[in-house]
Design a protein around this ligand. Structure first.
Ligand SMILES: Cc1cc2nc3c(=O)[nH]c(=O)nc-3n(C[C@H](O)[C@H](O)[C@H](O)COP(=O)(O)OP(=O)(O)OC[C@H]3O[C@@H](n4cnc5c(N)ncnc54)[C@H](O)[C@@H]3O)c2cc1C
Length: 615
């Protein structure tokens, strides 16, 4: 599906609601401006609405790892807060995340387990230019030092803030499990408690729920209001590229599942502003905070940084949370600058990841049928336990790597470099060079591609009936998705079917697939993969029916975005602050740390700073 088709899908959801008859907005809450139905559509010469539908001191865009801490910090400081969220429920990627939180700098949990850490150590780590991953890519070299200093100084306070707001962490020494780019001097991964018996509703049954639901509860109890199902499209500034940011415009984006006509409703609705108007304007008396989660779900935007990542690479958080670059684009439209773009171009931190799932479009999370959005995910996928059971081929039916080794890079984390001498240029030479662990090779293969993009196209896992037996797979729906999983009695027939998949643009030559499998079977007899060094190929592919399962890598994170300063204020192309505009997390640039810690800490910073604005 192309990016324009994806946006069409969103538009058609809106159209559906419009067609069904939009009810008059029912506006609740004390801080609301005149009713939506009376809204004057007239705009000033600069496009700023003369009247607003809603109003708050601080308007937070997104309810993920940035948005909820920002909202709580702002409301704690006495500000009225509205969170605008395009999804039907809160949480973004954070609620479907593993809930492993790499905060450090001397948290109370680190202290309890006598782990030596400090803001200075954390700062030194996250700006250590000498650290490279096993493919030679530098982890921290291109970090913005001011942004790292702010992260280092606020990481431990953010941890205490999370605990104060109800988040429970496993009472054990922080470690490195799940850690990426956390620095090498101290273990910093803190794990939220996620266990049986917890009545925390989760779209993906994931640990991040035990991070986000307590924050949601705290925010709602403290009076934060939520405008769900609204997508921020425009940020208003006093004049197009001058003056303060004064508010936003958002459009109605209910999530309507296939075959139903009722929008999905989130786990909690108390504190929600009840509106279904097509658009809404929201005045921000003090500030707007962008926490929209990055741009890797927007094919055109992500290709600014890495032109290889054409449409076939699905985002890890989809279909729950697409991350469409809307925060960045709205800010760029009023003069903001991008920052730290090298960080996105580098294939590091597992920015692109091969998964051990196949046969479904959305492979990063193993969506289960009890997820409220399973009709959008459509299939659970087949878990590949042993890569000996499959070969991977490109869009023209040829193998191109060692299926066994290519995939999920470990990067460098605490304990992985011995000795680690901070800042020592020889650190780079102590890292074992293993670029083949990265899936770069997959994206470099573009045989059979065509103008204008010469896209590498899909990657298919090919296997036979004997592999199905060995893996004990059940191939029926909902384990597999009929447009991402195919079977046939011959390899030629299998190859011919693949254009039923929207990303397989040209027919895979059947002769290629036959030749690839015949050659692989010979190498199994030989006991050696002379082409790509897969360790002792074990199983022939010769028992019909034959299968092709979608096995294209996923894109995981955004590491480049808007330029911010140490207070998380958005900066323009002249290096000046855009007054009243803040940003953090994956929509902000300058920080290569993967995941939750930078997002939570930047939300924490932005919320406090925004509430303290004096107009
Ligand atoms: C499956 C998975 C597992 C992960 N596991 C971990 C882990 O264990 N540890 C870790 O550190 N990191 C992990 N991560 C990464 C981490 O979850 C993200 O880096 C983090 O949540 C990003 O925070 P954010 O606030 O920038 O974006 P998000 O948390 O994604 O929040 C962005 C929110 O903004 C909303 N939004 C977007 N655009 C608009 C708009 N225009 N208007 C209104 N709302 C909008 C989105 O719907 C979303 O709710 C994981 C990510 C995934 C996908």
């Amino acid at each position: 599906m192309s990016s324009s088709e994806k946006s069409q899908r969103r538009i058609s959801r809106r159209d559906f609601v419009r067609g069904a008859g939009v009810s008059a907005a029912m506006i609740a809450g004390a801080s609301m401006a005149p009713a939506f139905t009376e809204r004057a559509l007239a705009q000033t010469s600069t496009g700023v609405p003369e009247q607003w539908d809603l109003e708050a001191d601080v308007v937070v865009i997104g309810s993920g790892a940035v948005g909820l801490p920002a909202a709580i910090r702002a409301v704690d400081a006495g500000a009225s807060v509205i969170v605008i969220e395009t999804n039907y429920d809160i949480g973004g990627h954070a609620i479907i995340s593993g809930g492993n939180v790499p905060l450090g700098g001397g948290t109370s949990l680190q202290k309890k387990y006598e782990i030596e850490d400090s803001p200075d150590l954390y700062f030194r780590d996250l700006t250590d230019w000498s650290i490279v991953e096993t493919n030679g890519m530098p982890e921290y070299r291109y970090n913005d030092r001011g942004i790292q200093r702010a992260l280092a100084d606020n990481a431990a306070p953010t941890y205490e803030f999370l605990v104060e707001n109800g988040v429970e962490f496993v009472d054990q020494a922080p470690d490195n499990n799940g850690a990426h780019a956390t620095g090498l001097s101290a273990p910093r991964e803190h794990h939220t408690i996620w266990g049986e018996g917890q009545s925390l509703e989760s779209p993906a049954g994931a640990g991040g729920t035990s991070l986000m639901r307590p924050l949601e509860a705290s925010a709602r109890e403290k009076g934060v209001q939520f405008l769900m199902n609204y997508h921020m499209d425009v940020i208003y500034r006093e004049s197009p590229s001058e003056g303060r940011v004064v508010g936003i415009k958002a459009g109605y984006t209910p999530t309507i599942l296939p075959g139903t006509d009722t929008p999905l409703v989130g786990f909690r609705t108390d504190g929600n502003i009840d509106m279904t108007a097509e658009t809404v304007t929201v005045k921000a008396n003090k500030a707007v905070i962008i926490g929209t989660g990055g741009s890797t779900g927007n094919v055109e935007f992500r290709r600014i940084f890495d032109p290889r990542v054409t449409e076939e690479y699905i985002l890890g958080g989809e279909p729950y949370s697409p991350q469409d670059g809307s925060g960045e684009m709205a800010a760029l439209a009023i003069g903001a600058s991008l920052w730290g773009t090298a960080n996105q171009a580098h294939e590091r931190n597992g920015y692109i990841r091969k998964r051990n799932l196949a046969g479904a479009e959305y492979l990063y999370v193993a969506w289960t049928p009890d997820s409220p959005i399973f009709p959008l995910a459509r299939a659970t996928g087949l878990r590949i336990r042993d890569w000996q059971n499959v070969i991977c081929v490109n869009q023209v039916g040829k193998r191109f790597y060692n299926e066994f080794e290519a995939g999920y890079p470990n990067g460098t984390s605490q304990g992985s470099l011995d000795p680690y001498i901070p800042g020592d240029w020889r650190n780079a030479s102590r890292v074992e060079y293993k670029p083949q662990n990265y899936v770069d090779a997959a994206l470099a293969i573009n045989e059979g591609s065509t103008a204008p993009d010469f896209a590498a196209g899909p990657i298919w896992a090919i296997f036979d009936a004997a592999a199905v037996e060995r893996e004990k797979w059940s191939l029926e729906a909902p384990n597999t998705d009929p447009t991402f999983f195919f079977s046939a009695d011959t390899l030629e027939e299998l190859a011919a079917k693949l254009t039923e998949n929207p990303y397989q643009k040209a027919e895979m030559p059947g002769a290629n697939l036959v030749a690839t499998v015949e050659r692989y079977n010979l190498m199994v007899e030989l006991g050696a993969d002379v082409d790509f060094d897969k360790p002792t190929p074990q199983y022939k592919i010769d028992q019909p029916p034959f299968y092709a399962a979608w096995s294209t890598p996923c894109i995981h994170d955004t590491y480049a975005g808007l330029r911010i300063n140490m207070q998380c204020q958005v900066m323009d192309m002249k290096g000046q602050v855009i007054p009243g505009l803040y940003c953090g997390g994956e929509s902000a640039g300058g920080c290569t740390q993967h995941g939750l810690a930078r997002c939570l800490a930047q939300g924490y910073i932005a919320g406090g700073e925004a509430a303290a604005e004096t107009i």
